[in-house]
Ligand binder design. Structure first.
Ligand code: AHR
Length: 503
């Protein structure tokens, strides 16, 4: 099956904001406790942070990590996580029906972020709390000193402010499951007043207002229009979330679902444009897709904990999806969608980073390993920095009810000007046909292929485990070739491919 991609040096989508490859750590399940933090673990440093996990996070080169939730943040008191550890309260977390020890808070998390080389993206509680607690938290985090909250931070051991730029105004406030759920009008007003107060402290903050929790919410897309109508002038991003699944056990239908993500982005981009025009505004608002992933493998297993049948456990396994090979293809398609929409999606967070629907898994006291989805995220984060290129793609399609015509080839390309290469990320959605890929590189002087990696496996259900961590991993593919300004490669059925061409 022949597929042609035409790239022209002058046809670009946008410079990619590196934060497109962000991630997320929530105080839930084993993301924090026995995930990033486990003082008794053989690899723990003096702060109790697992270095085997930190090494894997460094490998991913994660630019930003959203924290501390998620649903958790909507009933969180940030003050519970500061001061001497022995004085910190145990709280019941209503979102996940668990107990929170507060042994990790903003100080411990920020230190961990520094050590793995990432920035914090902090979420404030607009569920059970409001403007006053938000402004206090902001003062604690960002003010140099000489005020009550900033001096308390200094007393607690952190002299310099963290200067966190990126703040989320609550989490999924459209969701009836959210503690302190609100209507679009209630939330829009609260988010506006909170944003205004936060900006009175510092005009340069980047603020993210909640959009929909998914494109299937009954309030979508009216929610976005109402919330932006209230907040447009005071916010920089609207947050979207989406998780994909394959309950139907239908690979073709599953892999088509990234098209629904693309339509979701397109619709919200349209709403942003509409509100901008309505307000006669000069400023732009972009999308922060700050929760995305595949999430379904673990849902049944979690029912008892979430129903409270296990009491209020500390850090129980929750949302521990064991990702399979099929999910590599889906995550590859999702990342391609973000790259191809880099003009409107500036921030995106793979939810989450460790143990909870995550690319990194751990055993308490034991191993840490890369899940299958680690790899497409790794390639995009490491090599997808630069300018997203506009691609003219000519390839066969297949039909999926309720979605329409689905291209067999899913692809994105990035020009990294700094290091002088083009990176191509491709998924062959066909389960039977090889794609004979022909990429025309107009206006470039392509040199040689410097990376050609493939991920494929005969068993779509295979996973990586503690004892078999390398069941699914990238392998060198040797057939990508440059000749006469064209890149050619054979993409095996149901495969992920990463190719890098030196310019
Ligand atoms: O990432 C898991 C959960 O999914 C988050 O807590 C919530 O925001 C979303 O519903």
């Amino acid at each position: 099956m022949r597929s042609t991609v035409t790239i022209h040096r002058d046809y670009t989508i946008s410079v990619i904001d590196p934060r497109l490859y962000g991630s997320f750590i929530e105080h839930m399940g084993r993301a924090v406790y026995t995930g990033i933090y486990e003082p008794d673990h053989p690899t723990a440093d003096e702060d109790g942070m697992r270095q085997d996990v930190a090494d894997l996070v460094r490998e991913l080169d994660v630019p930003v990590v959203r924290y501390p939730g998620g649903n958790f943040v909507s009933a969180y008191n940030w003050e519970d996580g500061i001061g001497p550890k022995e004085d910190r309260p145990v709280r019941l977390d209503l979102a996940w029906h668990t107990s929170e020890s507060n042994q990790v808070g903003i100080h411990e998390f920020s230190k961990w972020c520094d050590s793995v080389g990432t920035e914090m993206m902090l979420a404030i509680n607009l569920g059970t709390r409001g403007l006053n607690e938000a402004r206090n938290f902001l003062e604690y985090v960002n003010h140099p000193g000489g005020s009550e909250w900033s001096d308390l931070r200094r007393k607690n051991g952190r002299e310099a402010p963290w200067n966190v730029k990126l703040w989320c105004l609550g989490n999924e406030m459209d969701g009836p499951w959210q503690t302190g759920h609100k209507t679009a009008h209630e939330y829009g007003r609260l988010a506006y007043e909170t944003a205004k107060a936060m900006r009175s402290f510092d005009k340069s903050l980047e603020l993210v207002v909640c959009g929909s929790s998914s494109a299937t919410m009954p309030t979508y897309p009216e929610w976005e229009a109402t919330v932006l109508d209230h907040t447009y002038e005071e916010v920089d991003y609207i947050s979207l979330h989406m998780y994909l699944d394959n309950y139907e056990k239908d690979t073709a239908g599953y892999l088509a679902k990234s098209l629904t993500l693309d339509r979701y982005i397109e619709t919200v981009a349209g709403i942003i444009t509409y509100i901008k025009a309505k307000k006669r505004s000069k400023k732009d608002v972009y999308i922060s897709f700050d929760e995305w992933n595949v999430w379904y493998h673990s849902k049944k297993r979690d029912e008892a904990t979430l129903a409270g049948e296990k009491g209020w456990p500390f850090a129980p396994p929750l949302l521990e999806d064991d990702y399979n090979f099929e999910d590599v293809l889906q995550v590859g398609c999702i990342l391609n969608t973000f790259i191809n929409r880099a003009d409107v999606v500036k921030i995106a967070c793979l939810a989450q980073l460790v143990n909870v629907i995550a690319p990194i898994m751990t055993e308490p006291g034991g191993a840490a390993w890369r899940q299958t989805i680690f790899y497409p995220y790794y390639f995009a984060s490491r090599f997808g920095r630069g300018t997203a290129l506009k691609l003219a793609v000519d390839c066969p399609t297949y039909h999926v009810d309720n979605i329409g015509e689905v291209p067999m080839l899913d692809v994105s390309a990035v020009h990294n000007e700094k290091d002088g290469y083009i990176a191509l990320f491709a998924v062959n959605r066909s389960s039977t046909e090889t794609i004979d890929l022909d990429v025309v590189l107009q206006g470039y002087m392509p040199g040689s292929v410097i990376d050609d990696q493939v991920i494929s496996h005969p068993d779509i259900n295979i996973t990586n485990t503690a004892s078999k961590p390398d069941n699914v991993r990238p392998e060198a593919a040797a057939d990508a070739t440059i000749s006469d300004g064209r890149l050619t490669a054979a993409l095996a059925p149901l495969s992920y491919r990463f190719i890098r061409v030196k310019l």
